[in-house]
Design a protein around this ligand. Sequence first.
Ligand SMILES: Cc1cc2nc3c(=O)[nH]c(=O)nc-3n(C[C@H](O)[C@H](O)[C@H](O)COP(=O)(O)OP(=O)(O)OC[C@H]3O[C@@H](n4cnc5c(N)ncnc54)[C@H](O)[C@@H]3O)c2cc1C
Length: 304
Amino acid sequence: MISRAALLYLSQKHELKDFFSKFPGFKQVTRRFIAGENIDDAIAAILELNHAGVTATFDHLGESTTSRQQAETDVREYLRVLDRIEATGVNSNVSVKLTQLGLDIDEDYSSQNARRIVEAARRHDNFVRIDMEDSSKTDATLRIFKRLYGEYGNVGIVLQAYLYRTEKDVDDALAMGARVRLCKGAYKEPEEVAFPEKREVDANFVKLMKKLLKSGVYHGIATHDERMIRATKEFAASESVPRDAFEFQMLYGVRRDLMLKLAREGYRVRTYVPYGESWYPYFMRRLAERPANVWFVLKNLLRG
Ligand SMILES: Cc1cc2nc3c(=O)[nH]c(=O)nc-3n(C[C@H](O)[C@H](O)[C@H](O)COP(=O)(O)OP(=O)(O)OC[C@H]3O[C@@H](n4cnc5c(N)ncnc54)[C@H](O)[C@@H]3O)c2cc1C
């Protein structure tokens, strides 16, 4: 069976999108993880989630942009998303990637672009989560995040339990009072920067989750791992952290059963809802997290 490493390698080969797109039915298969192509598709998915007691975060798919024109288009899309959230009344914030806003072109440029989105979100009384990308982007992402947090406040960061450095980054975020989304981490990282073993990543996740929950700040615990979720519930109960003092977060199309169960139990749950044309790297990372998903893809393609 194809490995996680191979799928993560393929996720960086953007040119393969055209190859895969030639298969009839492939786009349909991506719909398992991607809400659709435009804002209306995402709004429809979010309305359904909201009815089930789950909030959302919009992700307009895109990353590793090398064109200022593309970055500008993406900024405008996010400004439209913030308008539409207000107009439709859906319960959602937004998540952005800084390489989508031009981080690979110039740090200040992407910071300016992120500022436009955070500023608009503040006008709408909304919140922006800055996703974390591969470790070559961590320092720049944190620099931009800290600046915007200092200026606006309505912005949070994602930190990845697989990186050795993350405990220190969690401490820094807590010292600022900032909101963190804790996840395991989705990229291919070398042993020099990231725990190579899953059990080490899991142990670090639990350790960092405890720090976050004890801080009194509202954080997101982003995982579909039942053991991580159980550890979070147990820790919250033992420390008398109320169920509305943090939220679980999950990805669209993954463990919907678990998501609905948590919501029924009275936990806060948010779903990350991606939409748009630039689905390729995001989709491949979802396959990498569970290589058995490749069977799901093949089965559906053969059926189609
Ligand atoms: C809301 C949210 C936002 C995220 N943002 C970021 C980010 O900014 N940066 C970043 O690096 N990573 C991000 N991630 C991804 C994260 O780092 C992990 O790669 C991903 O969540 C899988 O890890 P896990 O905690 O679910 O545990 P795992 O140990 O990977 O999985 C546990 C179980 O969950 C189920 N599962 C997990 N993934 C899948 C899947 N793709 N398909 C089907 N079942 C699956 C399986 O049952 C699996 O056994 C985000 C994740 C979430 C939920």
